[in-house]
Write a protein that binds this ligand. Structure first.
Ligand SMILES: Cc1ncc(COP(=O)(O)O)c(C=O)c1O
Length: 431
C-alpha cells in the first residue's frame, strides 16, 4: 500500500522531508504523523481537501472534527470577511464574544457561566483547577483512554497499557492525584471514589470516548455517574470538546439527558478557528471572577481568548446550527448510521475482522487481529494504518487510526463511495 501511496503523493513526500528539518518529527501535532508520511494539504472547500499533488479527497478528518459545516462554509467566510475589516485582535471584550457566550449558555444545559480560551487542552486544565478550587479536594478520576489535550495533569492513562507514563518530562507528583478507571464501568468508578476517601474533586469523562476509540457511553452509566457524584459530593465533569454542538446542538449532555456540573468545549464552537471554553454551574465558575473578594480560582483565557475572528466564525456557525438543528443533527446521525453499518457489512464480506463504533456523525473502524473481540482489546494498528492509506489512494481522507466526523456537506453518495472504498480494502497484514 505504501508504494501506491508514495507514487501518488511525491510532493507531499518532498514537503515532509523539508518539514522534518524544521519541526520535531515533521509535524505540529503528534496525531498528524503517520507512516510513510502525511499528505500536505493545499486547499479545502466543503467536504473536500486537495493535496499538494492535486488529488482531491472527500475529507472525514474534518480538521480534527471541528468543521461540522464543512470547510470554509459561506456563512463563516462571509462573517470572517466582514470581521477582517473591523479588526483581527482586540485583546478586549466585544459584542461578538458576549453574543457567542449567550448562544453557548442558551444551548448547553450546564452552562450557567463560561469562560473562553483558545484550545481544548487549556479548557480541561481550567476545568480541573475549578473543580479542585471549588471542592477543596484533590483527586480527579479520568477514564482509561480518555484524551483531554496535552495539559500536564491529564496526560495520563491515555494509551494502552494505561499505567505507563505517557511522556518524559511529566513528574509523577504532577499526576499524583489523577486516577484512571475503566470507561463504561460504573463499579470501577465507585471503587475509585471509595478508595479516595472523600478526596475526589471530579469525575471527568468524554461522553463519547474520542481518541480512546470513539465509543459512546451507555446512558445508564452516565446516569449512574451522576448519582455517584451526588451521593459523594463529587463534581461530574464532561469533556465535550468533540461532542459539543456535534452529537446534538446542546452536546452530549442534551443527547443523553445527563447534566454535568462542569464541561469543557472546543472545536465546533470556534467555527473552524482556535477555541476552547470551560463552563458550568454559576456557583463554581463565579470563583473565577477577578472582582470577587475571598476565594478565587485563577484561570485564563490568554492573549488571544475571545479573539474576534474566532468569535465571528463561532457565532456564524452556531446561528446556522440553531436555525437548522432539526435537519442537521438527524441527518448527520442518519449518514453516520449508514456509514457504520455499511463499512462493517463491506468489510465482513471481505472477511476482515472489524467493527465500526461511534455516535451520530462520529465513527471509527476498529481492526482486530484474531477472532472478534468486544471493545478495543486486540486491535491491530497496522491494519488500521493500511486501511487509512488504502482509503486515501481511493480519494477519501481519514487520519489513519483516528475517529472521523461527517459534516453537513457530506452527501448520501459520499457515504456510498466511502462504503464502496472500504469494501475494496485488501489487507496485507494481520489476517
Ligand atoms: C475530547 C478532547 N478533549 C480535549 C482535546 C484537546 O483540544 P485541543 O486539541 O484544542 O487542545 C481534544 C482534542 O482532540 C479532545 O478530543
Amino acid at each position: 500500500m505504501e508504494g501506491v501511496y508514495e507514487a501518488r503523493t511525491p510532493r507531499s513526500g518532498k514537503l515532509f522531508s523539508r518539514a522534518r528539518r524544521v519541526f520535531a518529527g515533521g509535524v505540529n501535532h503528534n496525531a498528524r504523523f503517520y507512516e510513510p508520511y502525511p499528505i500536505f494539504v493545499k486547499r479545502a472547500r466543503g467536504q473536500h481537501i486537495w493535496d499538494e499533488d492535486g488529488h482531491r479527497y472527500t475529507d472525514y478528518w474534518m480538521g480534527h472534527m471541528a468543521l461540522i459545516l464543512g470547510h470554509s462554509p459561506e456563512v463563516v467566510t462571509a462573517a470572517l470577511r466582514d470581521q477582517l475589516t473591523d479588526g483581527t485582535h482586540f485583546g478586549t471584550g466585544s459584542r461578538l464574544s458576549v453574543e457567542l457566550g449567550e448562544h453557548v449558555k442558551a444551548a448547553v444545559p450546564c452552562a450557567e457561566l463560561l469562560r473562553f480560551c483558545n484550545t481544548g487542552a487549556e479548557a480541561t486544565m481550567y476545568l480541573v483547577r475549578l473543580a479542585r478550587g471549588y471542592s477543596r479536594r484533590r483527586v480527579v478520576i479520568k477514564m482509561a483512554g480518555g484524551w483531554h489535550g496535552f495539559n500536564t495533569e491529564l496526560n495520563k492513562g491515555v494509551h494502552e497499557p494505561f499505567d505507563a507514563p505517557e511522556s518524559e518530562g511529566i513528574l509523577p507528583e504532577e499526576q499524583e492525584h489523577v486516577v484512571t478507571v475503566r470507561f463504561n464501568d460504573l463499579e470501577d468508578a465507585r471503587r475509585a471514589v471509595k478508595a479516595s476517601k472523600g478526596d475526589v474533586a471530579a469525575i471527568l469523562l468524554e461522553p463519547v470516548l474520542g481518541a480512546g476509540g470513539c465509543i459512546p457511553a451507555e446512558r445508564e452509566y452516565l446516569k449512574g455517574l451522576r448519582e455517584l457524584a451526588d451521593e459523594t459530593g463529587t463534581l461530574l465533569a464532561f469533556d465535550e470538546v468533540i461532542t459539543g454542538f456535534r452529537v446534538a446542538y446542546g452536546g452530549a449532555q442534551e443527547h443523553y439527558g445527563v447534566v454535568p456540573d462542569l464541561a469543557a468545549l472546543g472545536k465546533v464552537v470556534g467555527g473552524g478557528l482556535p477555541v476552547g471554553l470551560v463552563c458550568g454551574r454559576k456557583e463554581i465558575l463565579s470563583l473565577a471572577d477577578p472582582s470577587r473578594k475571598g476565594r478565587f480560582v485563577s484561570i485564563g483565557g490568554g492573549t488571544f481568548s475571545e479573539n474576534p475572528l474566532t468569535m465571528a466564525a463561532g457565532l456564524a456557525t452556531l446561528r446556522y446550527l440553531r436555525r437548522h438543528s432539526r435537519d442537521v443533527y438527524p441527518r448527520l446521525a442518519q449518514l453516520g448510521g449508514q456509514l457504520r453499518s455499511g463499512v462493517d457489512r463491506a468489510l465482513s464480506e471481505q472477511r476482515v475482522n472489524a467493527k465500526t463504533t461511534g455516535l451520530g456523525s462520529l465513527f471509527l473502524t476498529h481492526f482486530m487481529s484474531g477472532p472478534p473481540v468486544e471493545g478495543r482489546g486486540k486491535e491491530d494498528s497496522n491494519l488500521s494504518r493500511e486501511f487509512g492509506l488504502s482509503m486515501m489512494t481511493r480519494g477519501i481522507f481519514l487520519l489513519p487510526g483516528h475517529a472521523g466526523g461527517i459534516s453537513a456537506c457530506h452527501t448520501d453518495s459520499d457515504i456510498e463511495a466511502f462504503v464502496d472504498a472500504a469494501g475494496q480494502f485488501r489487507p496485507k497484514t494481520g489476517k
